[in-house]
Write a protein of this length. Sequence first.
Lengths: 216, 294, 503
Amino acid sequence: MIFELRDISFSYHTKRVLDKINLTVERGEKLAIVGASGVGKSTLLNLLAQQHPDDIAYCTQERNLVTGLSCYNNIYLAKLAEFGALQNLCNLLRPNPQELQRISLIAEQLQIADKLHHSVETLSGGQQQRVAIARAFYQQRSIFIGDEPVSNLDSVTARLVLKAILKRHQSCVIALHDRTMALTYFDRVVGLKQGKIVIDAKPADISMQVLEQLYL
Amino acid sequence: MFFKSLCLSLSMLSLLLGTTVQGAVESTKKVLTFTAIPDQDQSQLRLRFQKVADYLASELNITVKYIPVKSYAAAITAFRNNQVQLAWFGGLSGVRARQLVPGSQAIAQGVEDREFSSYFIAHRSAGLTPTANFPQGIVNKTFTFGSKGSTSGRLMPEFYIRQHLQASPQQLFKAVGFSGDHSLTITQVQAGAFQVGVVNYQVWESMLAAGKIDTDKVQVIWQTPHYTDYQWTIRAGVDSDFGAGFSERVQAVLLAITAPDLLAQFPRSGFIKASNADYLAIETTALQLDLIQP
Amino acid sequence: MIALYRGVSQGLKLRNFSLSLLLVGLLAAMVGDVQIYASEPWQHLQQMLLGLSRPSVEQPITLVYDLLYTLAFALLGVSLSVLVGFALSLVYQHWLVRGLCAFFRAIHELFWALIFIQLFGLSATSAILAIAIPYACTFARVFYDIYQQAPLKIGHLQRATKANFSYFLYVLIPQVKGQMSAYLRYRFECGVRTSAVLGFVGLPTIGFHLETAFKQGDYSYAGALLLAFYLLIASMKYWLKLWLLPLYLLSAIYFLPSSDFVNDNAYIWRFFSQDIWPRVVQSTDINMLEAVLLYADWLLTLTLQQGLSGMVNTLLLSIMAVAASGLLAVLISPVCAVYKGHWLAEKLLGSLLLVMRSTPEYILAFILLLVLGPSMLPAVVALAIHNAGLISYLLQRNIPTTDSTAGLTFSVYLYRILPKSYLQFISLLMYRAEIILRESAILGVLGITTLGFYIDSAFEDLRFDRALALLLITALLNVAVDQFSRKMQLLFDSSHVRVRSKE
């Protein structure tokens, strides 16, 4: 078991976002979270991400890319704490060849290798999203938490990237709005409505109609 | 680019620190350096005193340099820090300099400096006329001194003002200014920016002769009693630095100035011997006005 | 007063703030001396204009050296201060650093120069340090403020607390480096101005001859010097490139004037051990406690005699000058915005702003004194001209050149530019408040007994003990004003801290 939430509620100001949530996630599980916007998905992911941050690559909706910094350095940024300040400084002046190679491989897989040395704000929304995912890959963590990580990608690329995410990480918790993908690639789907978990089952046991209900 | 420039600049600057902290290298060649208080027409100072430097160099047979300074205090500081060994000071600046470097001597003064005085001048809007006695009418006018450290533009006039009116200038006048130097005092009173001002009588006379003063607008309303003013002061220690008897040699050379061209630079009709004791009265007055410490 | 700002919209807050600033300015004018003394300056002004319009130089080589030295001091002083200021900005959140910076910033470059001249004579070292110290403290504050404006905070990313500096390099700096280098460029311009002004106390920059020329009524020479100075500043944007900076620094070091002054550690020791202490505490037969008590007593007397009236006048003058600067900038800025893109008008207005911000206040005050007579008025107007020129220049830099053929009308300005730039205007004005406070110091020539007047007198009388004590008072006043202006800026900070509750 890697995550456990028991009777957890959460409010912003006076607005209750999560209402007595119970959720456990086992090691090796690939979990999709679905639900309408504002239903508390991001809050739920935030709570999970806080549980053992050192094992988690967390890809938030904000992407947290640094404008003015190249894609390469934006990805490199994920491991700053692992290198010394001097090495980090040198890497700014001239990319460290070893790390550059590692990052290039990831970038190739995500089809952004040609943009690696461009400043991140010159990229399209979809490309930026992939930079954020590359940053998560680069950390080589066993757990991936993603908040709509492929929402800006065309469906072909989205599937490709999602498969890569699932393959690279032992356990995944990903919020998605694409119901088909949730049912196709994951081995467990959790549906949220008004701050409560209303669905928690294997994809085989869920029909598309039930999922559509969440958005009504 | 940002970082690369920053790093390069860093190395440049460490170079700079290395050079400046090291400072100027002490020169072994003996050079007599002198300065003069910038009491008037600063643009001409270098021209004026370069002639004096050339004269001293040829008579004393050593290198003599003149350095211009911006303020009375700068002249005194240069003297104190041995940047100059000889200076043409005013009464007050001389007293201050000799107090800071004990053993320094006033060695020569202009013939006129024994009986120096200041003119109180007034713009016509003040409605004041020349008087033989102290002009009581200046009260409640706007008033400007010259430099804060000037003898004829500040010390003595303030002394007479306090003596006759028994109050400080700030209490007596509507506004008190310090123009910085004598020519500027005349400019400002002539323009009516200040109604009354006080100047070195010699600067007034020479500007008047040069046709720079419109007497319809500004006129002298009172002349102060006489006091002792400018002098050449030589720094303590020159005799050991430049050889025994050096002060006397410099004194003799200064007293021997007779060339009209040189004298016109000051302007004085000739130089006579002076001593520190000649400036006791100035010192007492400065003490009274809290312009020097006991 | 705070009630005016509680629970109202941003726009209303700004309006109320502007009006209360103006009101306070008017109140200060009622208390302070702003009388116009009738004078007859016209003949002299005519002569001045005639001279200024016919610039001439007798020795062009002197002018070239003046300009070179001015530039060399500015480049080296500012570069040094960038490094120190950058380092300080990293620890600026510490109250001690913040306080010390406000303290050192408060002392005008001219006074720093006067202090360093005591230690290092009329030398390049004095000039560079006089620029570097206050500038470093300003950089520390401004860089720190710029970091705060980065949209993505380190906290959004960082999980481990270690490797702070790396996060700073990778997260903060890339986001704000544009802003930082724009500020750097602007500060180099300021540095050249400051360097020029250092000539007033005798350092070999262009101010040395400029002041002399004005004092002596040699207006055609003054005109030539001013023109050369304006051209230097106007041309900076063409040649001052960050990547060329190392080259410039090398040349600056090469061109530094040599000084006859012989460094002597004894002078430095004497300054700190004797000069800056009053005679009463220097007696050898008193113990530490007695010395402290005597100093306190001496300080109290000085404060009562000079400090208090100095502070009151400094504040009055500064408040009036801030209000007047704001008012003038509000009048000029729309004109600049509306005419942006009209080639000739834009160039003319650009030159006007350049002249306004680059003419040393001292020179402005000198001219105004002849017209207005000796009250606070010339000082207020001089400060207003300088600061309004600067604020308008900084504001119009941020207005995009209109791409639409319709151009920018006054109405468009009111509805599109003004709402965006007004907050920036207020925050610039608050920044300038601190600087105005310092600058009011050097206008003592008008006879207004500001703190600066007394400090100048103390230096002139070689009473460094008084100078130091008065500088201390000035610096403390500045720290207080800095705190106040920070509070005022916070009133307009729209980013609210999100309150989270967790059950």
